[in-house]
Design a protein around this ligand. Sequence first.
Ligand SMILES: [Zn+2]
Length: 322
Amino acid sequence: MSAHPPTPPVTPDETDGTTGTAETADVRRFWQHLGLPGLIDVHTHFMPERVLHKVWAYFDALGPLTGGIEWPITYRAEEAERAALLRAFGVRAFTSMLYPHKPGMARWLNDWAADFARRTPDCLHTSTLFPEPGAADYVREAVENGARVFKAHVQVGAYDPSDEALDACWGLLAEAGIPVVVHCGSGPAPGKHTGPEPVARVLARHPRLRLIVAHMGMPEYEDFLDLAERYPEVRLDTTMAFTGFSERMAPFPRRALPRLAALGDRVLLGTDFPNIPYRYAHQLDVLADLGLGDDWLRAVCHDNAARLFGLPDAPHAPEPPA
Ligand SMILES: [Zn+2]
């Protein structure tokens, strides 16, 4: 990027009454302090407006699923405004995580996502899949069309990821080295096929699959750390983990922090923007609060994803005086 990012929209911040501009300064200070050229967020949601509004309606009604905890969406704004806000935060690259809940939907979502990536150059072209006839065909087409990352949602899709109909898809992605972010943990609510076992079956057959466990596998954190330790291409995204909101429901076990430190080259920043019930900067603050050090933060918030996606080098901000 040659120019400064556009001035962010000034939107009221629901949580503390500050403005979008003040929040932008907080986020930028975070990565500038680390000497990074920005952030890379592997888990953000952009999808057709009609679908996104349904997702928001789901979160609006979520109280009973999460034991009565409200889930107010902080960034309920127009698509262009949401992308501009990420840019203003200094997010160099992000994704458009989208996923079908039934057959016959993935191809249409993939067409939308390809178009979104064309008009949004800082979005990593994202695709999805579903166990259905023809899945391997549209996965292959998406790969040929330049898809950089896939998303699979085992809980919403209510399918077994080790379903035979997906086997060729995982094989294709493993072969192409294209990462797939999989929501396979049982948070915020368990599904019929969530938890570590179904994904472990996939990895047993496709050990080189670049599977990114969304939400650190919440709440089965340690089971998914086991998988990451066993398979060198398995990674974890931080999405919503360690936040005050998630810690109330599914606290990350402190005894597992050394394992998280040791896997520092395979943990990736993800946030769930815009569907989060707190400010974006909170996710960054709680990562820093883990106390794993600035090298760990630099890897997680930028360098690991830059390497994984082969992003061009960008000048790192000079180290601030101590
Ligand atoms: Zn998500």
